[in-house]
Design a protein around this ligand. Structure first.
Ligand code: MG
Ligand code: MG
Length: 258
């Protein structure tokens, strides 16, 4: 999920705690790999949700999103113009759709948070370019996640990649610190000015999560009180990793082990 309304400043983690978060993140990465392989025309978003919950619980984890402010699902499967926070349901994925799957795992009390946008069958050129630019913008943002940099360095790097590709970053939804809680300080915007924002110190763990729109970046809240979609109904993509700030550089925690 996106957000970030924590209190009291960033909470630094010890190397052992970061290892524990990586164990959580490895379960999440495997879960998303499984879901990516399952995405196909004819599959409902609720079926994906059930697969995700079974997988996470089978690995000894807990779905972090389930029950969060009353959210009913394990994943947020946001389709096409939906940006984030879609509720799983009877929607049947169709050829040419794109589905952004956001998921969180809590393992031994440590939360990991990751998302990726997945094509359903063959998708159009714009959708393909949008996913590619969003994935590349996340990689550019991660490169800036090192001690001594600031959150604005991440935002500026993300924004530059996105806008050079002709797309836009959502302003009203941001990345966030993550740890024992899903949303800690600092907020990590996907736009900004290099050299500004919160100082990134060794041991801070953040979820970097560009949310990128095909056209206008304005978003609206859906009638269910959860799903956020583009106002102009243009496509949206979302890629997210949980990343630790370490002395040796950024460490992506939401990756498979080994
Ligand atoms: Mg998040
Ligand atoms: Mg997320």
């Amino acid at each position: 999920m996106d957000g970030g309304t924590g209190r009291g400043g960033p909470i630094t983690k010890t190397p052992a705690e970061i290892d524990a978060m990586a164990a959580s993140g490895a379960v999440l990465a495997e879960c998303l790999d499984m879901l990516e392989a399952a995405v196909a025309p004819g599959v409902t978003t609720l079926a994906l949700d059930e697969m995700a919950e079974e997988f996470i619980r089978g690995r000894g984890g807990v779905p972090s999103f389930k029950g969060y402010h009353g959210f009913p699902g394990t994943i947020c499967p946001s389709v096409n113009e939906e940006v984030v926070h879609a509720i799983p349901g009877p929607y049947v994925l169709g050829e040419g759709d794109i589905v952004s799957i956001d998921c969180g795992v809590t393992l031994d009390g440590w939360v990991s948070d990751s998302a990726r946008t997945i094509p359903v069958g063959e998708v159009g050129q714009v959708a393909s370019d949008l996913m590619d630019a969003t994935r590349r913008s996340l990689a550019a943002g991660i490169t800036q996640a090192r001690p001594g940099n600031r959150t604005g360095d991440i935002g500026a790097a993300v924004q530059e990649v996105v806008e050079r590709a002709g797309f836009n970053v959502v302003r009203t939804l941001v990345g966030h610190g993550v740890g024992r809680s899903m949303h800690e300080e600092p907020q990590v915007p996907n736009f900004g000015t290099a050299g500004t924002g919160v100082l990134l110190e060794e041991g801070i763990v953040i979820a970097i999560e560009p949310m990128v729109t095909e056209k206008d970046p304005e978003v609206v809240l859906g009638g269910d009180g959860w799903v956020v979609a583009t106002r102009d109904m243009g496509l949206a993509a979302h890629f997210e990793h949980t990343v630790a700030i370490t002395a040796s550089g950024p460490r992506i925690l939401t990756r498979r082990a080994g």
